[in-house]
Design a protein around this ligand. Structure first.
Ligand code: MN
Length: 222
């Protein structure tokens, strides 16, 4: 696990994303960071990230998490990200890798349910307890063999376990705002100089889109 791939893909003089420190930060209480970033780039997806061994293990979940244990959500493993990334919300400029708008959709801590996470990673089954604002309780990431044919893009499934936090409600639709700033994607794009129209495609409902379009117009006049 290292940040070589992450850094190779990005130009840090052009993107506001963190380069990441080379020495992993140790948190005093031993808790591990969990974060989900809603990312409207070429396609809308939710980046599910778990702190482990000084980096954020990362998966891109196109449809986002489901609280329904009967629903499996595809999660494509992506390059490890620096721990500092767990604080990033903003706009990745055009022409840069992942160009688009990033929202801190959920954040908190996680605990592995099996002691040895490296073994779980190798076996392709990570059972975890999530302590977030939107996601809580027990989840599993399962590696699926035979999906697609690109070995560099490893396919997993993100599934809710049955517990008191399981639900039939659609959390991505019902809780579309930033967990930190309460902004919608279009509002983040508006504030940080991004493509508001494009960002709004990731926000639910047509009303929000019109509102933000109107705001952006008045913003430009002012
Ligand atoms: Mn992403």
């Amino acid at each position: 696990m290292n940040l070589k791939q992450y850094r190779k893909k990005r130009q840090f003089d052009s993107t506001p994303e963190p380069r990441g420190s080379s020495v992993p930060r140790q948190k005093g209480d031993g808790s591990l960071v969990y974060v989900i970033q809603k990312h409207m780039s070429s396609h809308l997806h939710y980046d599910f990230r778990l702190e482990w061994q000084g980096v954020l293990l990362s998966w891109a979940v196109p449809k986002g998490p489901s609280l329904n244990p009967a629903v499996k959500r595809l999660a494509m493993q992506t390059e490890d990200h620096p721990l500092e990334y767990a604080k990033f919300e903003g706009v990745i400029p055009e022409g840069q890798y992942g160009a688009g708008t990033v929202m801190l959709w959920d954040r908190g801590t996680w605990q592995p349910e099996n002691a040895d996470v490296d073994v779980s990673l190798q076996r392709g089954e990570i059972k975890l307890t999530v302590h977030g604002k939107k996601l809580q309780g027990s989840w599993v990431l399962v590696h699926t063999r035979g999906f697609g044919n690109n070995p560099a893009r490893s396919a997993w499934m993100l599934i809710k376990h049955r517990d008191q936090y399981a639900s039939a409600s659609d959390v991505t639709q019902e809780e579309p705002r930033s967990v930190v700033t309460q902004r919608l994607l279009a509002e983040i794009a508006r504030d940080d100089g991004g493509d508001i129209e494009r960002a709004s495609l990731g926000d639910p409902g047509r009303k929000a889109r019109r509102t933000n379009k109107a705001r952006s117009r008045s913003g430009r006049i002012a």
